[in-house]
Design a protein around this ligand. Structure first.
Ligand SMILES: Cc1cc2nc3c(=O)[nH]c(=O)nc-3n(C[C@H](O)[C@H](O)[C@H](O)COP(=O)(O)OP(=O)(O)OC[C@H]3O[C@@H](n4cnc5c(N)ncnc54)[C@H](O)[C@@H]3O)c2cc1C
Length: 528
C-alpha cells in the first residue's frame, strides 16, 4: 500500500488477518528482511514503533564499508562480508551508495606504525579483488588535503570505501517492498507478544503511537521477527530470555564545508586513546565521529551526545586540522545512535564484534547485531530461518535487493536546469517513483541553501513518504535538521508553505509540531 493520503487508516484496517511474517522494527534490518520476504512472495507486515529509520539506522557514520578497525580486531569474516557487500551495493544502488576516497593520516601520536595500516589496506583490497590504495609522504598528503596541518604528520595512505544516506536507503527498501505488495506501518508499536497455549509466539498486540488516534489491534502471524536493534532484549524478555545485547552509543559532530573543507574523507587514530575516527563529506557537509561508550539501560529513541564525547571529538579535529581553528560554535549539529552489539563481556566496548546473530526463542526470531552495510546478509539468514518455520518458500538470495532503474530512465526527467549528478541522485532516492516526483515538482527545483536537497523534495516527502511528524520530514526524509543551523529554523516559513497543505495540518497542529521539533532538536541534536 503506497503512502498516499489516508494510507494509515487503510493500513490499520488491514492488520487484523493472519500474516506469514510480522517484522517488528523499521530500521535497516527490518527493511532488508521485508524486501526479501516480498521477493519470496510472503504475506508480510512490518511495524515500527516510531518513524522508519528513527532508531540507529539514521544515526550511523553513513559508511558502506568493510571496516578496517574490525580487521585490526581480527574480525575477518565481518570485514570480508562487508567489503563484498560494499562492492555489490555500489553497483546496485548507484547514486545512493557512492564510492568515496579516504585519506588515512599517520600521526606522531599513533600507537602503531603506519605500515600496519598499509598491510591492512592490502588485505582490504585483496578482499575486494582490486588494488586501489597507495601511500603518500607528508608533503603529498598535504597537497591532497591542505587543512592537514598537524605538526609532525608522517604521511599516510589513500584508499576507497563508500558512503550513503542511511535513512534514505531504509526508505528505498521499504518503498520498493510496499510497491511489491508488503505493508509497512510507522508509529505502530508492538506492546505485547501473543503466544499459543504451548508458549510459542504467534503474533503481537500493536498500538498506534502517532498521537492522532488511540487504537490497537491483535496481529496474528506464522512467524514473528524481532528486528528491533538495540531494543531487541525487550521483546526477548517477554519470552523469558535473558539480555544478550550491549547497546554502545556512538556520536557525531556535523560541520558545514565552509568550516571543515574536505573533498575526501580523512581518517586517523584519535590522539587520546588511539581509536579510529572519520571526517566524512556527506550531503554538502562533513560528519565527524565516532565514539564507543556503553550506553546503559535507558534506551531512549533520541539519545544525545555527552559533554565528554563533544570534547573528545572536537579535540581530535583541533589536533589534526589546527589551522582551521575549529570551535564549538562551528558545529552545526550533533547526533548519537545506539549500536546493537552482541555482548561477549569484553572490557573495552570497541573490541566487541560487529557480527550479527539470529536467535530462535519460543517461536520468536531475533535478528540483531551486524552493520548497515551487511543488511542483505542478515536478511538472507533471516529468510533461511523463516523457511525452517514455513517450509518451502520461493526465496532466491540472488534476487537484486534494490529494484533496477531502467537505463533510459534519466532521459524521462526533462528539467534542463538539473545537472546529471542531481538527476542520478534523485533517481537513486525515488527509484522508479522519480517520474512522479518530476511531474509534480513544478518550480521548486532549486537547492535549499547550500545543501544538495531541492525544495520540491520537501513537498514530495510530505505528500508520499509516510511523514507523521515534523521531525520525520526534517531529520530523515530531507535531512535539514542535521545540515542547517538551528535545525533549519531560519527556513521554516518556506518549509511550512510547501508542506502544511500536503500534510493537512491546521495552524494549531503546525505550531504543536514546530514546538516539539524545536524541543527535540535542542535536546538531542545541538552541541553543548
Ligand atoms: C554511531 C554509529 C555509527 C555507525 N556507523 C556505521 C557505518 O558507518 N556503517 C555501517 O555499516 N554500520 C554502521 N553502524 C551500525 C548500523 O547503523 C546498525 O547496525 C544498524 O543501523 C542497526 O539497524 P537495525 O535495523 O538493526 O536497528 P535500528 O535501526 O535501531 O531499528 C530498530 C527499530 O526497532 C524499533 N522498535 C523498537 N522496539 C519496537 C517495538 N516494540 N515495536 C516496534 N518497533 C520497535 C525502533 O524504534 C527502531 O527504529 C553504526 C552504528 C552507530 C551507533
Amino acid at each position: 500500500m503506497e503512502w498516499t493520503k489516508g494510507w494509515r487508516d487503510r493500513a490499520w484496517s488491514q492488520l487484523d488477518q493472519v500474516w506469514d511474517v510480522l517484522i517488528v522494527g523499521g530500521g535497516i534490518t527490518g527493511a532488508g528482511i521485508l524486501r526479501q520476504c516480498v521477493h519470496a512472495g510472503l504475506r508480510v507486515l512490518l511495524v515500527e514503533a516510531d518513524d522508519f529509520a528513527s532508531g540507529t539506522s539514521s544515526r550511523s557514520s553513513k559508511l558502506v564499508h568493510g571496516g578496517l578497525r574490525y580487521l585490526k580486531n581480527a574480525q575477518i569474516k565481518v570485514t570480508l562480508e562487508s567489503v563484498q557487500e560494499r562492492e555489490y551495493l555500489l553497483k546496485q544502488g548507484r547514486g545512493l551508495i557512492n564510492r568515496l576516497g579516504f585519506l588515512y593520516t599517520c600521526l606522531p601520536s599513533d600507537p602503531m606504525p603506519g605500515w600496519v595500516f598499509g598491510a591492512g589496506l592490502t588485505i582490504y583490497d585483496i578482499m575486494a579483488r582490486q588494488w586501489s590504495h597507495r601511500s603518500y609522504d607528508a608533503e603529498d598528503l598535504r597537497e591532497l588535503c591542505p587543512p592537514l596541518t598537524v605538526p609532525g604528520l608522517r604521511g599516510g595512505y589513500r584508499y576507497f570505501d563508500a558512503n550513503t544516506d542511511d535513512a534514505r536507503l531504509v526508505l528505498r527498501l521499504l518503498r520498493e517492498s510496499v510497491a511489491g505488495g508488503g505493508l509497512a506501518l510507522n508509529y505502530a508499536r508492538v506492546e505485547r507478544l501473543l503466544r499459543t497455549r504451548a508458549g510459542q509466539v504467534c503474533g503481537a498486540v500493536v498500538r498506534d503511537t502517532s498521537g492522532d488516534i488511540d487504537r490497537q489491534v491483535e496481529v496474528q502471524a506464522r512467524v514473528v521477527i524481532n528486528a528491533t536493534g538495540a531494543w531487541a532484549d525487550s521483546l526477548r524478555g517477554q519470552v523469558g530470555e535473558k539480555p544478550r545485547l550491549r547497546p554502545i552509543r556512538g556520536s557525531h559532530l556535523v560541520f558545514s564545508c565552509a568550516h571543515l573543507p574536505l573533498t575526501r574523507a580523512v581518517t586517523f587514530l584519535h590522539p587520546s586513546g588511539g581509536l579510529p575516527v572519520f571526517a566524512v563529506p556527506w550531503e554538502g557537509a562533513v560528519v565527524f565521529g565516532t565514539t564507543d561508550c556503553d550506553h546503559g539501560t535507558d534506551l531512549v529513541t533520541d539519545p544525545a551526545i555527552s559533554a565528554a564525547e563533544e570534547e573528545y571529538l572536537l579535540s581530535g579535529l583541533q589536533y589534526v586540522f589546527p589551522s582551521l581553528e575549529l570551535t564549538s560554535a562551528d558545529v552545526v549539529s550533533t547526533y548519537s545512535g545506539l549500536r546493537p552489539v552482541i555482548n561477549t563481556g569484553k572490557a573495552d566496548p570497541s573490541k566487541e564484534s560487529r557480527e550479527h546473530a539470529i536467535w530462535e526463542e519460543n517461536g520468536l526470531l531475533t535478528v540483531s547485531g551486524g552493520k548497515l552495510t551487511t543488511f542483505r546478509i542478515m536478511a538472507r539468514d533471516a529468510l533461511k530461518a523463516v523457511r525452517r518455520h514455513l517450509g518451502r518458500i520461493a526465496f532466491d538470495p540472488e534476487t537484486p535487493v534494490l529494484d533496477a532503474i531502467p537505463p533510459a530512465a534519466d532521459a524521462l526527467f526533462g528539467p534542463a536546469k538539473l545537472t546529471a549528478a542531481q538527476r542520478l541522485r534523485l533517481l537513486a532516492r525515488y527509484g522508479i517513483g522519480a517520474a512522479t516526483f518530476f511531474s509534480t515538482a513544478g518550480a521548486d527545483l532549486e537547492s535549499i541553501c547550500d545543501v544538495p536537497y531541492l525544495w520540491a523534495e520537501l513537498r514530495q516527502a510530505a505528500r508520499a513518504e509516510g511523514v507523521v511528524h515534523l521531525d520525520d520530514l526534517l531529520m530523515r526524509r530531507v535531512r535539514l535538521g542535521l545540515l542547517l543551523p538551528e535545525g533549519g529554523m531560519q527556513q521554516m516559513a518556506r518549509i511550512r508553505s510547501l508542506v502544511q497543505p500536503e500534510l493537512g495540518w491546521d495552524d494549531a497542529r503546525w505550531q504543536k509540531e514546530l514546538d516539539s521539533y524545536r524541543e527535540l532538536w535542542c535536546k538531542s541534536y545541538r552541541f553543548g
